[in-house]
Write a protein that binds this ligand. Sequence first.
Ligand code: GSH
Length: 95
Amino acid sequence: SNQVMVFSKSYCPFCIKVKDLFKELQVDCNVVELDLIEDGTNYQEMLLEMTGQKTVPNVFINKTHVGGCDNTMQAHKDGSLQQLLSSNEAYDYDL
Ligand code: GSH
């Protein structure tokens, strides 16, 4: 099945909006709250290098980088989110 990753910060309103959307769609997602991780790794810098995007939320579905909140809402509107969610690619990141 598909795998959804949401890199988030617990206090970020855009992240809450994205997490609420997936909840509403009854899509299980793996949420990583970057502000709650204290292992010394700069995950945001890694995400910036991978995707060119520094802000959270940073959403991935399977092998596809969806983007931030605006990108995810737009993909929901235009149907591309559902298409990604119904695809069957394996999750392939090595974070
Ligand atoms: N337009 C962006 C989107 O649609 O995702 C807004 C995202 C945004 O502004 N996120 C803030 C952020 O990442 C947190 S609320 N700020 C920089 C940071 O926390 O390092």
